[in-house]
Each structure stands twice: as structure tokens, then as C-alpha cells.
Ligand binder design. Structure first.
Ligand code: ACO
Length: 309
């Protein structure tokens, strides 16, 4: 019994904020942002709520999966910017989808949220507790950003991505996963008392490269797969320099590493499902390919998922 991705969807706000726009808000430059991060622009939600963005992404994924919302067993939504303290944003999406009888919850693992959620969905499917699971990563980070702090406000963006996974009998499967948490490193990346993102970027950079390399090696070994057998690496989009350093350490050529950070910035839990959707639509992934996903985020949390698409 395997866990197969049968649909993906995204929602990206129409409103674009470029590096040149940011030059007018804080003391920064397109040159600094581009060379330090790879980001050229990001989407900033105006009237869209996180529930709206997540629901739109979910509807697209369900359409592609050819499933009605009631055919789902479970909805898991990863976010660090929930619409309300409670109910969970997953419940708000469940209502919007009219997914009657489907249970739903949020998980909080910052930028690792989507792969954490996918790992949970895989466990539900493999234990026989669920057949069809909707996994969403959605963020409205523009509400969690201090627009006076140039060291963080240039990095983040809004958006949502969703996947539908199902129990399958064919070769498609989540082959290996490994998740980590280290709460003692909380101060490297956390929300302050006002809810704003605070980050020790330089220290986090090193931890991110090292941790993601180690956990990628761990899942590859667990599945008996060599790095060169991987068709595409889909890393969390936090910084193109982190992504390049990771690829180099894993000895995986750049062409096999998906990057779309230039368009969206860091969308935290939404970044991997958005990237996965685009990689599939651009023909960079086909059935049978091995995909390696990895993320590092606030918590600290990190992990990797190896799957056969
Ligand atoms: N524009 C111009 N100058 C800036 C800006 C800006 N937007 N931001 C900072 N600077 C200045 C700093 O003040 C500093 O100046 P100084 O040398 O005079 O003190 C200089 O640029 C260098 O600052 P650093 O922070 O050392 O720059 P660095 O090269 O480390 O890049 C960055 C910063 C992009 C944040 C990088 O460290 C990074 O990507 N870190 C990791 C991010 C990450 O992995 N996040 C994980 C997931 S996020 C999540 O979970 C929500």
C-alpha cells in the first residue's frame, strides 16, 4: 500500500511587490536583496484571507484529483499565520469546501509545516485510518512581518499550495520521511510578543544548510536511494544561496533543484507545495520520478520526504 499524490493546486495573490517597491519602504536595494537571497518579487495578499487562499488551492487540487470534498477523510493545514486562534484554519477551509463529515486540523511547524503535514498524512494512509487526505500549506506572512525591519520584511510573501494524497496500489509512494525539532534553538527564528518574525539570519543560514543536508542523506539511506538517482530536489524556498549550498553538498546538479524563490520569496509552509505544483506543470516531474523535499524553519524544525511520484 502506497501514498500517491493525485492532485495539486495553488493560489497566489495577484498583488506583486517588487524589490524596487521595497526600496521605497525601507533602506534596501534590489541589488542587496537579489544577491543575498535570489528574490526579485513576492505576492502580498490584499483582500484575500488565508482561508480564501487555502480554499482556492484546495479546490484546484481536488479538481485535478477528480474527488469531491466529501470523499476526503482528513484535511491537514500547515501554517504559522492562522486566520484565528481558533477554530483552526483547516476547519474554516473544511466549511468553505462543504467537506461534510471530514475532520480537519492545523499543524504548526513554520517553514517545515508542509512536509510535517505530508508525513502525518502518509501515516494516516499507511495505518489504514484514511484513504484520501488533503494537505495544505498556506501563509499570510505579510501580517507577521515588521514592515520597518529591513532584515526580514524583504524575505517573505503570501500564498497557498495544496496536494491530495490517496492510498494507492501502484509504484507511487512516499518512500521515506524523517522530521526533527529542536526547541532550544527557538531564538534563531521566532515570533516576538507582537507576533512579528524575528530572525538571526546568519546563524540560521549555517544551521539550515547543515541540517537539511544531514536529513536528506538520512532519508536517501533509509530508502536505499543514491543522490544521483533523485530526479528533482524541491527544497523550501528561503534563500537561493542556501539552496545552492545544499545542492553542492549533496552533489546534485543545479538543473535537478527546483527554484522559484525569485517570484514569491519565502512563503514558509506554502513554499514546497507551490514549487511542487509548478514543477509538475512545467514538466519537470513525471510519474515514476524520485522527488526529494526538504525544509528548515522556526522551531527549529526540519525534515525531508523522499517520494516516487
Ligand atoms: N537591505 C540592505 N541591507 C541589509 C538588509 C536589507 N534588506 N538586511 C540586512 N542588511 C544589512 C545588515 O544590516 C548588515 O549590515 P552590516 O554589515 O552593516 O551590519 C548586512 O546587510 C549583512 O547582514 P546579514 O544579516 O549578515 O546578511 P546575510 O548575508 O546573512 O543575509 C539573510 C541575510 C538573507 C537573512 C540570510 O542570512 C538568510 O537567508 N538566512 C536564513 C534564512 C532562513 O533559512 N530562514 C529559514 C526559514 S524561515 C521560517 O521558518 C519562517
Amino acid at each position: 500500500m502506497g501514498t500517491k499524490i493525485i492532485g495539486t493546486g495553488v493560489y497566489l495573490p495577484k498583488n506583486v511587490l517588487t524589490n524596487f517597491d521595497l526600496e521605497k519602504i525601507v533602506d534596501t536595494s534590489d541589488e542587496w536583496i537579489t544577491t543575498r537571497t535570489g528574490i526579485k518579487e513576492r505576492r502580498i495578499a490584499k483582500e484575500e484571507t488565508i482561508t480564501y487562499m487555502a480554499t482556492q488551492a484546495a479546490k484546484e487540487a481536488l479538481r485535478e484529483a477528480n474527488l469531491s470534498p466529501e470523499e476526503l477523510d482528513l484535511i491537514i493545514l500547515a501554517t504559522l499565520t492562522p486566520q484565528k486562534r481558533f477554530p483552526s484554519t483547516a476547519c474554516l477551509v473544511q466549511a468553505q469546501l462543504k467537506a461534510k463529515g471530514v475532520y480537519a486540523f492545523d499543524i504548526s511547524a513554520a517553514c517545515s509545516g508542509f512536509i510535517y503535514a505530508l508525513d502525518i498524512a502518509d501515516s494516516f494512509i499507511k495505518s489504514g485510518k484514511a484513504k484520501n487526505v488533503l494537505v495544505i500549506g498556506a501563509e499570510k506572512l505579510s501580517e507577521a512581518v515588521d514592515w520597518e525591519d529591513r532584515s526580514t520584511c524583504v524575505l517573505f510573501g503570501d500564498g497557498a499550495g495544496a496536494v491530495v494524497v490517496t492510498r494507492s496500489e501502484d509504484k507511487s509512494d512516499i518512500l521515506a520521511t524523517r522530521m526533527y525539532a529542536e526547541g532550544s534553538l527557538e531564538e534563531l527564528l521566532h515570533a516576538d510578543n507582537c507576533g512579528y518574525i524575528r530572525m538571526k539570519g546568519r546563524e540560521l543560514f549555517k544551521v539550515a544548510v547543515r541540517s537539511m543536508e544531514e536529513v536528506c542523506r538520512e532519508v536517501l539511506e533509509k530508502a536505499g536511494v543514491k543522490p544521483e538517482e533523485v530526479s528533482l530536489v524541491i527544497p523550501h524556498q528561503a534563500n537561493v544561496r542556501i539552496i545552492n549550498a545544499l545542492a553542492e553538498k549533496l552533489n546534485i546538479p543545479k538543473e535537478k533543484v527546483f527554484v522559484n524563490i525569485q517570484k514569491y520569496g519565502n512563503t514558509s509552509a506554502a513554499s514546497i507545495p507551490i514549487a511542487l505544483h509548478e514543477a509538475i506543470k512545467e514538466g519537470k516531474v513525471k510519474r515514476g520520478d524520485l522527488i526529494l523535499m526538504t525544509a528548515m524553519g522556526g522551531g527549529l524544525t526540519w525534515g525531508a520526504v523522499l517520494l516516487r511520484y
